[in-house]
Design a protein around this ligand. Structure first.
Ligand SMILES: Nc1ncnc2c1ncn2[C@@H]1O[C@H](COP(=O)(O)OP(=O)(O)OP(=O)(O)O)[C@@H](O)[C@H]1O
Ligand SMILES: NC(=O)c1ccc[n+]([C@@H]2O[C@H](COP(=O)(O)O)[C@@H](O)[C@H]2O)c1
Length: 284
């Protein structure tokens, strides 16, 4: 596999190998889940979100999940603790290497400029429904429903003035919708209070096993030379060691100190592990 550093947009092809091209229950609507985020680094919770959403969709909706994608923000996002996109893409690829249905799409991360989430979702819609023509049902082809998969802290930022354009919120929630995983520290009712006009397109998933892993905590552990084993997939642990990522807040990073409303997290400011700073506006 070409590493992201060798890849450019010019030789990019959409990763469709794990997308199921035929639905098993024709009456259902095919669903593709898109998790957008920093993934610096990817954790087991990020992977677990897909499994929770797939179970939720199977038992509570008329959707049938046919695929799922991780999409990392590019370097222009400039959030605290963001290592280069090249590394984040490689770590995500390693994390999903054994998955039969979750893929890593480097398209967003390959852009030098920041891409709003609406544009990223449009990209998936274009590749899956326009280029590939959706999926076969046995009774003809159906377009896939593309949905954002996110934690409650991300949806809460939609109520934070200045973070999202109103038009983008409307566009995303009207055309795609969102599967939202509850997150410790975020009041889901409060997070959804301003999003009532789109509530029929927002699906809230309870975490039946509370999992409060965050990339912030993983980075904090690494700076303190503590183990991150079993918080992130083993190949990701090895990749971080090999490339000496997150040893200090500046190494191999995009050079930012803070961004997108996230606080600084340099070693001196870091709280003890048990109180590790939130990973989102109100998130765990
Ligand atoms: N413990 C968690 N519970 C629910 N959702 C989560 C959790 N950790 C991450 N997410 C969600 O995963 C997506 C990607 O998140 P992101 O890459 O920002 O991870 P993070 O752990 O929140 O990172 P950081 O700590 O750097 O802010 C977001 O939608 C976020 O809400
Ligand atoms: N205007 C927008 O499209 C907008 C605003 C804020 C966050 N986001 C996205 O939400 C995700 C947030 O990730 P983090 O939780 O890692 O900051 C990123 O994928 C980011 O691009 C998009």
């Amino acid at each position: 596999m070409a590493t992201q550093s060798e890849l450019t947009l010019a030789d990019y092809t959409f990763p469709a190998a794990r997308l199921r091209r035929r639905i098993s229950t024709p009456a259902r609507t095919p669903l593709v889940l898109i998790a957008c985020g920093s993934f610096s680094p990817i954790t087991f919770l990020h992977l677990r979100m897909f499994e929770m959403a797939a179970d939720y969709a199977r038992f509570n909706t008329q959707f049938e999940v046919v695929g799922a994608y991780l999409s990392c923000v590019g370097d222009a996002y400039k959030k605290t603790g963001l290592v280069k996109a090249e590394h984040r893409v490689n770590m995500c690829s390693l994390a999903v290497a054994q998955s039969s249905w979750i893929s890593m799409d480097p398209w967003e991360a390959l852009h030098a400029e920041y891409l709003e989430t609406a544009k990223v979702l449009d990209h998936f819609n274009y590749e899956i429904n326009e280029v590939l023509g959706g999926v076969e049902t046995g009774e003809g082809r159906k377009k896939c429903h593309i949905a954002l998969l996110a934690g409650a802290d991300l949806i809460q930022t939609m109520s934070t003035p200045g973070v999202w354009a109103e038009s983008d919120i409307d566009y995303i929630l009207k055309n795609f919708g969102a599967f939202i995983v509850e997150r410790t520290g975020t009041d889901i009712d409060e997070a959804l209070s301003t999003l009532q006009p789109w509530k029929s397109n927002i699906w809230v998933i309870q975490q039946l096993v509370q999992n409060d892993i965050s990339s912030t905590k993983v980075r904090l552990f690494l700076r303190r030379d503590m183990s991150i084993r079993y918080l992130v997939p083993e190949p990701v642990v090895q990749y971080i060691e090999e490339h000496e990522l997150y040893d200090d807040d500046g190494a191999a990073s995009t050079g930012s100190r803070s961004g997108k409303g996230k606080g600084a997290e340099g070693g001196q400011e870091a709280k003890p592990a048990g109180e590790a700073g939130s990973s989102g506006s109100g998130g765990g």
